[in-house]
Design a protein around this ligand. Sequence first.
Ligand code: NDP
Length: 499
Amino acid sequence: MDVNSAVWTVPASAREFGFFVDGQWAEAGDRPMSERKSPAHGVAVTRTVRCTRADIDHAVGVARTAFEDRRWSGLPGGERASVLLKAAAGIRARVEELALLESLESGKPIGQARGEIEGGANIFEYAAGAARALHGDAFNNLGDKMLGLVTREPIGVVGLITPWNFPFFILSERVPFILAAGCTIVSKPSEVTSATTLLLAEILSDAGLPDGVFNVVTGSGSEIGQALAEHADVDMISFTGSTAVGRSVLLASAGNFKKVGLELGGKNPQVVFADANLDEAADGVVFGICFNAGQCCVGGSRLVVEKSIAAEFEALVAAKMARVRIGDPLDPNTQMGAIVTAAQNATILGYIEAGKREGARLVCGGEAYPSDTGQFVQPTVFADVTREMSIASEEIFGPVLTISTFETFDEAMAIANDTIYGLAASIWTSNLDKATDAFRRIRAGRVWVNTTINNGPELPLGGFKQSGTGREAGIYGVEEYTEVKATHIALGRREPWVS
Ligand code: NDP
C-alpha cells in the first residue's frame, strides 16, 4: 500500500482489548477499563484493561514456568531465529492495522508510524541472526589438565516497561533481543499506547512462540509498572522512560537485586561549526527537534552554534520551521502531529512560558497550534539562552529548541557536555579532524556526524551519565540479557589434596 495515496480515517468505534498471558487473550472480567482518546481527534480509539497486582503475579508466574522448563531457552538458536523471522513477516502482514493504531493512540503522523512498524520488523530480522550468533568463549591455554569455558545463559524472566513516544519501535528494539537470548518476558506498555504491544503478543504466538514466553499486562505505570519492578521473581527490568521514574524503578528493583537496564532522558546538543553545510545542517536541526513533535529521547533540543554564523543559521532554522507541516496525523502529508497527552502538552507550554519569563529571546513559535479537537504545539525556538534557564537544562520533550553560541572548539565541547544527561549528540562540520575530535570528546551514548536520529539494529543504544545504564540492540543488546558463566573442566587424574 502506498501510504501517500491511502485515505485514513478514525474508526467509528473504539477497539477493545483484553490482555495476553500464557499464549492467549485474557478477558477483562470485572476489572476496570482504560479508554484512550486520540490526542489529535479527541475521540475514543482504544480500550484496555486495568490489570491488578494479582494479574502481575500470575503473568510473572507463567513467565517463570516457561523459563524454568526450557521450552524456549532449550531450543537451538536456529529455531528461535525461525520464530523471530516468522514474527517479522507477521508484523509486515499487519503493518496497516498496527500503523493506524499507533498513530491514533500516540498522535504521530501515519507515514512515520508505518515506517516505525516496518522498522520494527527489520529489527526482528536482525535479531534472528543474533540468536544464532550468540556464543561464549573457550580458554585452551590453561595447560593440558584444564579447559576453561565461558558460556552465556539467558538471564531469566525480564520485566519490560516501555513508553508512549515510540510504542512499537522501542518495543522492537528490546523484545527480539530478549527472546534471542532465550529469556521470557512480562511486558508493560504505557497505558496510553498499549494496543500495538498487545497485537505483538498475538503475532508472536501466531509465529510459533511457545505459550508463556511473551506476556502483556496493561495498566498504569505507578501501579502495574511499580509492581513489576518490585517483583521478587523477575530477574531483570528493562525500563525506558523518564529519568525520575527510572530512579524509582531502580530503587523498587533493589529487593532481589535484579539487574536493571535503563534508557532515560536526554538534553541532546546539536553542535554546528561555521564550516558546515549550513542548509543541510539547518534541515537536520529542524528535523531533530520536530520529529515526533519533539517527544523523542534522542531529539536534538540544544543548538550550540558557532558565533560567526549564528545569526545566519538562526534565520535558516526559523525559515525551515515555518514550513513544517503540522496537523492531522492521518493526513499522509503531515510531518508533525499531536502532543501525546494533555499533561505533556501543559508541560511543554509551561516550559515555553518559563523561557519567555526567564529572558530568552523568542525566535519563532511560542504558542499552542490551534485545533478544535486535539493538542498541538508550534515548533518553537529560543535564542540568547543561558545555562541558568530551565529551558537550557531540563528535558522538555516537545518541539522546543534552545540556541547558545560558542567561539572556540573547547567552548563548544564544554557547552555540549554541560548537562546531567548523555544520551545523544549531533556534530555538523565539513572538517573530518574536527568531527573526530568532537565525537571523541562528547560524553553521550550515540553521536551523529552530519546527520541526526539515524538508527538501525546493528548499532547499540543507551546513555552515559543520567541517561541510563546498559545497552539495547546490536550484539551488545542480546548480551545484555545474558548471564556469563565460567566453567573449569579438569582433565585426567586429580592431584590429591588429602594425603
Ligand atoms: P514515564 O517515565 O512516567 O513513563 C515511562 C513508562 O514507565 C510507562 O510505561 C509508564 O507507564 C511507566 N511508569 C510510570 N511510573 C512508573 C513506576 N512508578 N514504576 C514503573 N513504571 C512506571 O514517562 P512519561 O510517560 O510520564 O513521560 C514523562 C517524561 O519521560 C517525558 O517528558 C520525558 O522526559 C521522559 N520520557 C523519555 C522517554 C525515552 O525514550 N527516553 C520516553 C518517554 C518519556 P504509564 O505510561 O502507563 O504510566
